[in-house]
Structures are given as C-alpha cells and as structure tokens.
Ligand binder design. Structure first.
Ligand SMILES: Nc1nc2c(c(=O)[nH]1)N[C@H]1C(S)=C(S)[C@@H](COP(=O)(O)OP(=O)(O)OC[C@H]3O[C@@H](n4cnc5c(=O)[nH]c(N)nc54)[C@H](O)[C@@H]3O)O[C@H]1N2
Ligand SMILES: Nc1nc2c(c(=O)[nH]1)N[C@H]1C(S)=C(S)[C@@H](COP(=O)(O)OP(=O)(O)OC[C@H]3O[C@@H](n4cnc5c(=O)[nH]c(N)nc54)[C@H](O)[C@@H]3O)O[C@H]1N2
Ligand SMILES: [Mo]
Length: 762
C-alpha cells in the first residue's frame, strides 16, 4: 500500500482504490488490457444516501399489526444487541415450531467478489450450523435450463462453459463463429470472484484480422463488438432452434453433415433425422421453413450451412437463449448442429455453451484450487429450482415437476436473504410482492436500501466490499488478489460474518460457526489450501502475510487442452462423456422417458407460448445491463450517467418509434397485463424491428397509491416479465423475453425515490 492506495477486486475487475473521507478514487489494474468502466460505480457509492446505516425493523412486524409488507412501510432503528437478540429469538421460535424445512435460505445472488465474505457461503454455513439445514435453491438464474439439460446430453454445464474452446483457440483456429445471442463485451466484463484481464475484445479483433467470420445471431446488432467485424443476422426472438434446424436440414440436403462423427460419437441421430426431414409430421425443417419462422432469408441459411461445413466452425449459444420458455431446446440443438458439423473437440471448433457470456469462459483453468468458504452440511431435503420462489411461497404443499421428479413446495415461514436482490432478479414483481407477504418473517442483510430490504422485516446493514479485507479469486483467473480494506464501514454496518457469528453466539453454536477464527485468521486459513497446492507443485508459495504484503499472487493454469470434449474426441472409450450412453445424446431416452410435452426426447422447435398481439405488439428483451452488474450500485456514477431524466433507457427501432410517435429522449410507458414501467426512449437501428430493449437493474420504484400493479417509475423490466419455468424439466428462469406495448407518456413525471431510504425512519 502506498499513498493510501489499496489493491482490491470486484466481479468486474481488479483495481486500486484510495479513500479521501468522502469518496474513492479508482485506478484499474495496470495489467488489464480492457478495464471495465463499471469500476466507476464505486467512486461515489460508499457514503451514498442509499446505504443502510443501522439495523432496522419493520414497525408493523414489531407491533404485529398484520399490515401488509410494502415498499413504503415504516422502519424503526434498533441497536445491534437488541436486534440480534430479537432475531435469534425469532429464528429459534420458527425452528422449534416448524423445523428447519420452514426456513428458506436459498438466498440467490451475486453479492461481492471476495471469497471469504461470500454472502451465500456465510448464510448457508450459518443455517447449517445453527439448524442442521434449510430449504435451498438449486441452479441459477443464469443457466437454469442448461444446467439441467446439458448433463443429460453432453456433460456438465461447468465443463462445457469453462473448460472448452478458449479465446486463444478462437483467435488462432476458428474460421466461422455462429454466435447465437452474440458475445457482447459488456457481458464478458463480469466474472464471479473477479477478473484481472479482459481479453475478449483483443481476441476477437485478432481473429477477425486473421479472417474469422463472426455471425451475430441476435435481435440486437451490437451484441458483438465492432472489433469482430460481424455479420448481423437479426433473428426473430425465440426462433433460434428453427434457424439451427434449417441449417441442419441444409447440411443433410447437400450431404455436408459428418456421418462418421455422428455414428462414432453420437446416439439417436437417426430418430432426430426423421424429425428433421419431416418423415413423420410431413414438415421438413428446411431453409424455407426456417426462414418463415426466423425472418432470415432462406438463401442466406443455405449459404451459411455451406460455409459452416468448410473450415473450422464454432457454435456458441449464450445464456440468454435459455432464459426463456423452452430454453432447453436451443442449448441442445446448438450441440446437435455442432455434432452434425463434426467438429466437436477440435481447437476453435465445435460447441462452446456460453462463451463470452461471462469473463469466466474461454480461459485456461487454474491448476490449483482457489480459497472457498466451507458451507457445512444441509440435512433438509426440500429444495426448489431457484426461479420458483414465488410459486413456493404462494403454493405451499403443491406439486411440481423437476428433472424427472415429482416434488412438492415446502411451507416456508421465514425467509433469510444475504447477498441477493430478488426484487431485481425475479420475474413478475407484482406477483413477488404477494409472495413476499406470505412468510411470517423476512430477514435481509444488505449494503443498501434495495427494494428487497424494503420488503423485509429485519434489515441488517452489511459492509460493502471496500470496507473489509478479503481474497479475490476465480477458477479461471490467473491471479489471486489481496482485497484490502479501503474505507471504514458506513454507519454501524458489520460484515456478514460478524453478524452471523453474533447470532451463532446467541444460539449456542459460535464455536462451530467461527471455529475460533476471526476474519483475518479465516483469510489466512482459506489461503492455505492454495498455498499448499502451489508448494506441492514447487511453485512460488509465499506465506499469507507475504501474499498480503505483495497484494497479489500468480496462479498456474492447466494446458489449453479443450477439456472433456477434446478428450472424448481423442478417445471415445477412455474419454467417455458423463451421459447415460457415454456419447453425445442427439436423442435422450432419459428425457423422452419423463414424457414432458414441453421438453421432448430430441431437440424440437416449440414456438414461444407468448406471442405479440394487437394489444401488445412488441417483444421486450430484458437483458443484462452494460453500465453495472445487475442491480448493484445502480446509484453509482457510471450507471447514473447512462440514464435520461433519472430513468433507465429503453431502445426502439426507428420504425416502431415512429409508429408510436416516440422521439429520442421521450419518456415512454411500457405495459402488459402484468404491470407497467416508465423509461426514457432511445432510437437505434441496432434493435430489430418489433423488438424493444430495456436492460435489467434499475431499482424497482413503484408509484405510491397506484393499486396492486403500481407503475414502476424508474424502469425495472421485471414488472413486465412472466413468472413461468422454462419447462417441466428444468423450471429455469424465463426473464429474458416478454411481450409488451409501448406508448409515449405524457403524465406528470414523478420523482425517483428508489435511492431514498424509506420514511419515516425513527
Ligand atoms: N428479466 C430478467 N431478469 C433477470 C435476468 C434477465 O436476463 N432478465 N438475469 C438473471 C440473472 S442471470 C441473474 S444472475 C440475476 C442476478 O440477481 P442478483 O444476483 O440478485 O442481483 P445483484 O444486483 O447482483 O444482487 C446482489 C445484491 O447483493 C448485495 N451485496 C453486495 N455485496 C454484499 C455483501 O457483502 N453482503 C450482503 N449481505 N449483500 C451484498 C448488493 O447490494 C445487491 O443488492 O438476475 C436475474 N434476473
Ligand atoms: N455488464 C454486465 N455483464 C454481465 C452481467 C451484468 O449484470 N452486467 N451479468 C452477468 C451474468 S450473471 C450472466 S448470467 C451473463 C448473462 O449472459 P447472457 O444471458 O448471454 O446475457 P444477456 O445480456 O442477458 O443476453 C445476451 C443477448 O442475447 C440476445 N437475445 C435475447 N433473446 C434472444 C433470442 O431469442 N435469440 C437470440 N439469438 N438472441 C437473443 C439479446 O439481444 C441479448 O443482448 O451476463 C454476465 N455479464
Ligand atoms: Mo446470471
């Protein structure tokens, strides 16, 4: 540390920071070729009015008035000792009366990059230690469908997204990249645990200069960077499977598919081919058929199939495609298309699920383990697929399907959240509001007054990452970073670890929770795993104190070996895939056996169930924001700089804007039967006609007194999205796409309240 500068790290990059008593200066890491401007969100956030300063308790919960939880309820401040006594007593009461299976600790969310103060690990460890477990959530909002389908047909989602085709391979070997859903740089700016080098831009540029042809297959033309020099195929939203089938059919029609590869490495291709050729339903899935569905010219589809069959071709499928109803299908069909091209397992070719969707992908995997906080054992069997939270709360005891199992929703009395923001991440917020009124008690640890905190009963102020020491690390990043405390905690904020330790003490399990270590001792303890592994390889393995002094440590990586797909290609016996047949399952007996109408036994074109209509004629893309990570630091400088009149910006195609009398900078109202929000219009020919683009992350800001479906005056698209699962197989999140209408808003413009603490606070 010199001149007050401290090294630190975040999900969007490594940096140094210096505190001047009011704000922080931030300097991106010098070794990062393309640092993320999102770092700028830190500068004015530490003492922002949105920060939670003291423990708060909902007044009506304390008084047991039964008043519904709402955005504008009153909170009273409470000293730490009192609130911890109160919370420990409430946890004990609920546990005693209803058991650990009445406590929902699924607590999904990204929180911060440090591996010790990892809010999910801390809360899970606490609930395991204190009560022997909790109702958990499985899978993620990111990859809800792919995490379930991929292991049936190809291999684990982690293996296919993280140890597969690298950016080095793309820049050296790929001739054609079919990027379904694009690979926008804004997305790969982010990696959970941290990212010290943003390599994507330069890799794509290098590839393009060598002659790689990138295809941006997306409703948004800017889903690939300029440097890729991509050809934009503005596909109709949700129709990717039809395009993939059209390409597949064109390959067969011209005998360009790799029969040897299909015979040697795949199972069930013959069954799929009957469907592809329309032998049973009379409908060949040919280029003409695909063109009518996708809006892409049939001749172009045929030409693309021919091109893909020559040279090295990589098929990538982004997370976004599977964050929609029937999201399993494009993930599966992308792999089948790549199998038909016969290049799976070749350098720079084949199939890489989610390449570029995050900064974890396309990199070498570390050869030593990174520090992780042990979570203990969860003895409760009940769980939900993560995006079924409202269903669970609203329908206790009701049955649901999941991956071949018939399950029931548990009856939840207490919800405990740390490090996530469901009023950001979940769909159909008006329904979530009802769901959040079911449990007896809701507890939230937060750094700021997020809408989720405002819907809780007990709200505990957590430190922000810059206010504590931690270790930044990710399994595909070659640097371990000392995340040194930059500033003192705001108000009375405490680390999640300290809060749980104090609760554990009251519940008589402090020793089991802390193992007698304070934060600093935990850092040294967790570091030891990495140090030992380095030493075993004869590499530089400094003591914890020395690492801390240096501020970082280089980690070795595995060779760029293509992971399980390459091993399988090289030797299909020894390198068998972890599927039932050991091969690529073009037809899956297992999935067919589940008999789900919304996820048949081979990839199938299933039209989106939600279609534009005369009343709601636009397809909304609610994707990841470019100026922040999800909802984090939406009040920060960079995120704020992108807003117009304080509202989130929605992009429309010029034709759609004109048809609605909307000009750039106008405030518009987006609406459907589920809800409505305001946003500020921008007009762009990078948005396909019929599509409207409002990213996620603007904090929910309901207009007071506006009934059960209040207008969000700030621009949170999740007031519009549908709360349904991808299918009975995976039950994943479907928040990416929904159907809306848009009109110019001429009413009075209410002031943004999202970042004002709730009032009155006594
Ligand atoms: N419509 C639609 N919805 C979506 C998506 C979409 O594409 N469309 N994408 C989905 C996806 S992929 C994801 S991953 C989710 C993301 O959803 P989330 O991960 O829930 O979103 P974040 O805004 O990252 O929430 C993290 C919260 O943790 C808090 N936090 C940060 N550090 C700490 C800490 O140390 N301690 C505690 N206690 N809190 C901390 C932050 O203030 C923030 O409120 O959203 C999903 N929602
Ligand atoms: N800056 C920033 N980066 C992030 C995040 C963030 O919050 N901010 N979040 C991170 C997280 S947690 C995740 S999971 C990843 C998510 O990674 P993705 O899910 O891949 O990212 P999105 O930006 O939601 O979507 C990518 C693009 O898919 C396109 N798309 C949507 N629907 C369709 C469709 O039907 N067909 C086709 N072909 N394209 C479609 C949209 O135009 C959209 O821009 O992003 C990560 N990166
Ligand atoms: Mo995600």
């Amino acid at each position: 540390m010199n001149d007050g500068w401290s090294t630190h790290s975040s999900h969007w990059g490594a940096f140094s920071a210096r505190w001047d008593g009011r704000g922080v200066e931030v300097e991106p890491d010098a070794g990062d070729p393309a640092p993320s401007p999102m770092l700028d969100n830190f500068t004015d956030s530490l003492r922002h009015k949105a920060r939670l300063q003291r423990p708060m308790v909902r007044r009506s919960w304390l008084a047991k008035t039964g008043e519904p939880r709402g955005f504008d309820g009153a909170f009273v401040a409470m000293p730490w000792d009192e609130v911890l006594d109160l919370l420990a007593a409430e946890l004990s009461r609920v546990h005693k009366a209803y058991g650990a299976e009445s406590i929902y600790g699924g607590s999904y969310g990204w929180a911060s990059a440090g591996r010790f103060h990892h809010a999910q690990s801390q809360i899970h460890r606490f609930l395991n230690v204190a009560f022997g477990g909790y109702v958990r959530s499985v899978n993620s909002y990111s990859a809800g469908a792919s995490a379930v389908i991929l292991p049936h047909v190809l291999g684990s989602f982690e293996a296919l997204s993280r140890r597969n085709v690298t950016w080095e391979q793309v820049s050296q070997h790929s001739d054609t990249v079919l990027a379904f859903g694009g690979m926008a740089l804004k997305n790969s700016m982010v990696a959970s645990g941290g990212i010290s080098r943003h390599v994507e831009r330069d890799a794509m540029q290098k590839a393009a200069q060598r002659g790689t042809r990138f295809y941006c297959i997306s409703p948004l033309g800017d889903d690939l960077p300029e440097q890729a020099g991509a050809t934009w195929l503005p596909i109709r939203v949700g129709s990717d499977v039809a395009l993939m089938l059209g390409l597949a059919h064109s390959l067969v029609a011209e005998n360009l598919h790799d029969r040897d590869f299909l015979a040697r490495y795949c199972t069930g291709y013959d069954i799929f081919e009957r469907y592809l050729l329309g032998l049973d339903d009379g409908q060949p899935k040919d280029a003409g058929w695909a063109s009518a569905i996708t809006g892409i010219d049939a001749a172009e589809i045929v030409a693309l199939a021919r091109r893909s069959a020559q040279g090295r071709t990589l098929v990538t499928v982004s997370h976004s495609l599977q964050r929609a109803r029937h999201g399993e299908q494009p993930v599966w069909m992308g792999a089948v298309l790549a199998a038909m091209l016969g290049q799976i397992g070749l350098p720079g070719g084949g199939y890489n699920y989610a390449l570029g969707a995050l900064g974890h992908t396309g990199r070498r995997v570390n050869a030593v383990p990174i520090p992780t906080m042990p979570q203990g054992r969860n003895g409760v069997e009940a769980f939900i697929p993560v995006a079924r939270i409202s269903d669970m709360l609203l329908a206790p005891g009701q049955p649901f399907d999941y991956n071949g199992r018939a399950l029931r929703y548990p009856d939840i009395k207490l919800v405990y959240w740390a490090g996530g923001n469901p009023f950001h991440h979940h769909q159909d917020i008006n329904r979530l509001r009802r769901a959040f009124n079911v449990p007896q008690t809701i507890v939230v640890h937060e750094t700021a007054w997020t809408p989720t905190a405002r819907f809780a009963d007990i709200v505990l102020p957590a430190t922000m990452t810059l206010e504590r020491d931690d270790i930044g690390a990710a399994a595909t990043d070659p640097r371990l970073i000392a995340m040194r405390k930059v500033a003192p905690p705001v108000g009375e904020a405490r680390d999640d670890f300290e809060i749980f330790a104090a609760l554990a003490r009251r519940l008589g399990v402090e020793q089991a929770y802390t193992e007698g270590r304070d934060s600093r001792q935990w850092l040294a303890h967790l570091y030891e795993t990495t140090r030992t592994a380095l030493a075993a390889k004869g590499l530089d393995a400094p003591s914890f104190d020395e690492f801390w002094q240096r501020g970082e440590l280089a980690l070795p990586s595995e060779p760029d070996d293509g992971g399980l797909l390459r091993a399988f290609r090289d030797d299909p016996e020894a390198g068998k895939l972890p599927t039932p047949s050991g091969k690529i399952e073009v037809f899956s007996q297992t999935i067919a056996g589940f008999d789900y109408e919304d996820c048949p036994g081979h990839p199938t074109w299933l039209p989106p169930s939600d279609q534009p209509s005369a009343r709601h004629s636009l397809t909304l893309i609610a994707n990841q924001p470019a100026t922040r990570l999800h909802s984090q630091l939406d009040f920060g400088r960079y995120s704020q700089s992108s807003k117009i009149a304080g509202r989130e910006v929605v992009r429309l195609n010029p034709v759609d804007a004109q048809a609605r009398g909307v000009a750039a900078g106008d405030i518009v109202r987006l609406f459907n039967d589920r809800g409505a929000c305001l946003a500020a219009a921008a007009i762009s020919d990078q948005v396909a006609a019929g599509v409207i683009h409002l990213p996620t992350g603007a904090w929910y800001d309901p207009l007071p007194g506006d009934g059960d479906q209040p207008l969000c005056i700030h621009g949170n698209p999740n007031v519009l999205t549908r709360d349904v699962g991808t299918s009975r197989l995976a039950q994943g999140c479907t928040g990416q796409v929904t159907i809306v209408e848009c009109e110019k808003y001429t009413g009075p413009l209410p002031p943004i309240r999202a970042f004002d603490p709730p009032s009155p606070v006594t």
